[in-house]
Design a protein around this ligand. Structure first.
Ligand SMILES: [Mg+2]
Length: 234
């Protein structure tokens, strides 16, 4: 790890790296399962979740990642779970209620994030690289109070190799001096390493199942157990 006085570029993921996010989806899903079951639709929890997952993957193709798309997926799941109009109406009203809370929720910063970033910004350049819908992500960043700490904020539809190469170009990043930091092997670590960056993986216990992936290589990847540990590296 280059512990020199020269500043590094530290690129941060946002959801489940800086603040809690996926836990809100899990809670919304839990409420959805309860609403479906209470409406009297005889489906196993696993079956309902499977249906939601399928609708989610379908919606992502056209609307991308985010809370709005997730609610649309829940509505579609209702249509697949029952053909009875009165059941549909009942559960969809509940989805609306779940949705209002889900969209309004403030994302809590993970422990130590704010003081750690405030320390790191004194000696390094901090960037934010997140995926999802621009409006949703910008609103969360605004509410977090962390926006002034980042010199650049980039939002991509998907964080794949191409997106990293674009970012490196656009921000004119020196690969040797740039680290990607995040909770998702699939979106933060593997494509960043493939693009020639080094990476710091901070596992989060509630990482979204669709972000799960094996680390493709340990080379250039450091694993830390909590956000404040970054101060030992940088
Ligand atoms: Mg994340």
């Amino acid at each position: 790890m280059p512990h020199s006085s020269e500043p590094l570029n530290l690129i941060f993921d946002a959801d489940d790296t800086l603040w809690d996010s996926n836990i809100h989806f899990l809670e919304a899903e839990e409420s959805f399962v309860a609403a479906v079951t209470e409406a009297g639709i005889a489906a196993e929890k696993l079956e309902i979740c499977e249906m939601v997952r399928r609708c989610e993957l379908e919606i992502i193709k056209t609307q991308g990642y985010g809370r709005g798309p997730y609610l649309a997926a829940l509505h579609n799941a209702v249509d697949l779970l029952t053909e009875l109009e009165e059941f549909r109406a009942l559960i969809k009203a509940e989805v609306e209620r779940i949705g209002r809370r889900f969209l309004e929720r403030r994302c809590e910063l993970l422990p130590g994030v704010e003081p750690t970033l405030k320390e790191l910004v004194k000696r390094h350049k901090l960037l934010l690289f997140t995926k999802g819908q621009r409006q949703e992500q910008m609103l969360k960043l605004e509410r977090s109070g962390l926006a002034p700490l980042f010199s650049q904020v980039e939002i991509a539809a998907e964080k794949n190799l191409g997106a990293y190469l674009d970012l490196i170009d656009r921000a004119m990043l020196d690969r040797q001096r740039t680290f990607m930091i995040g909770n998702s092997p699939r979106s933060d670590i593997n494509p960043a390493v493939k693009a020639g960056l080094r990476a710091v993986y901070i596992p989060h216990p509630h990482t979204w199942v669709l972000e799960h992936e094996e680390l493709q290589s340990n080379e250039g990847v450091t694993i830390v157990t909590s956000f404040p540990r970054l101060l030992e590296l940088f």
